[in-house]
Design a protein around this ligand. Structure first.
Ligand code: PRP
Ligand code: ZN
Length: 299
């Protein structure tokens, strides 16, 4: 078996919204990757995975052309690409595997602060600059608005100032870019987050490496939400308190030395534990409540 059959390649964004979280996800999966400045290819020494650092816009093509097998991309790119009339032969169709719970952003239409925007028909006959022409055209069509789509490859936010466009359609994450450019969000086209994608055309060897990786990723995502809760509980309030624990299955109940009326309860809560939950537990009689993060979880 050749060396390349024994390893899989994943394409991740080199720098931008998804980069840090993509790398930290792989790290939390126990995959050690040496990232060195300027290198576009990183080799993991303790897992059969190589990482390609590329522009997020190129990730899907790299998988389709068979250059790598996996990728981490935003829904924004997946949906835009899906609408593209692709006449090229696709070697490897792509499957969306799992939402990764990071890289949240919106694809939105924004107008300069000086634009008197009333509703979507205010965009009629206006020029809208974007790098997402297909999603924008679909949105305008669905809303019966006739506007001109100006396709750019980047720096969309400065188009109104250069008088190339009257409005823009771009990704908004923190909103800092819009604010810095005197733009105001008026319509939301799509909500996006990072997704793990894979080629539907992998060798048996690569599929089995992928299964391992997928299992680790799922464990990390589960552990992200999950918390280990420990508390003291009056025996008479036990039923009520156990019901308040979010997503807990079969909590452990233990006797406390020197008390007949209070027990200790330990539980893994698989859903988010909010301050409100703790307040409700306290009101129901719980005390000495501890909430601990869970690093890894495997069912
Ligand atoms: C997007 C978008 C804005 C920025 C918005 O770029 O084009 O420039 O993010 O983020 P903010 O609301 O937090 O300011 P992206 O990270 O996708 O980089 P790219 O366009 O170079 O791929
Ligand atoms: Zn991009």
């Amino acid at each position: 078996m050749s060396e390349s059959n024994n390893r899989i390649k994943i394409a991740v964004q080199k720098s931008g919204r998804l980069s840090d979280d993509s790398f930290s996800l792989l790290e939390r999966c126990g995959i050690k990757i040496k990232k060195s400045n300027g290198r576009l290819f990183c080799h993991s020494q303790n897992f059969p995975l190589d990482v390609l650092l590329v522009r997020d816009d190129d990730i899907l093509s790299l998988i389709q052309d068979g250059i790598c097998e996996l990728g981490i991309v935003g829904t924004n790119i997946l949906r835009e690409k899906a609408l593209q009339n692709n006449s090229n032969v696709v070697i490897n169709p792509i499957e969306e595997v799992i939402n990764l719970n990071f890289g949240f952003c919106k694809l939105s239409i924004a107008v300069p602060d000086t634009f008197s925007y009333v509703n979507i028909s205010s965009l009629a006959n206006k020029r809208i600059a974007t790098t997402y022409p297909n999603l924008l055209k679909q949105f305008l069509k669905n809303n019966n608005v006739d506007a001109k789509v100006v396709v750019l490859t980047g720096a969309v936010e400065i188009a109104p100032r250069l008088n190339i466009a009257d409005a823009i359609c771009d990704l908004v994450s923190t909103g800092v870019t819009l604010e810095a450019n005197g733009l105001c969000e008026v319509e939301n086209i799509l909500s996006s987050q990072a997704v793990l994608v894979k080629s539907l055309n992998m060798s048996v060897e690569k599929e089995s490496i992928f299964k391992l990786l997928r299992c680790r990723i799922e464990s990390v995502l589960q552990a992200n939400e999950a918390k280990y809760i420990m508390l003291h509980c009056p025996k008479i309030a036990l039923d009520k308190i156990v019901k308040l624990l979010p997503g807990a299955e079969n909590p452990t109940v233990m006797n406390l030395t020197g008390s007949d009326v209070v027990v200790a309860v330990h539980a893994v809560c698989k859903e988010s534990v909010f301050w409100e939950t703790l307040e409700q537990l306290k009101a129901a009689g719980a005390s000495a409540i501890l909430v601990l993060p869970i690093e890894k979880m495997m069912g």
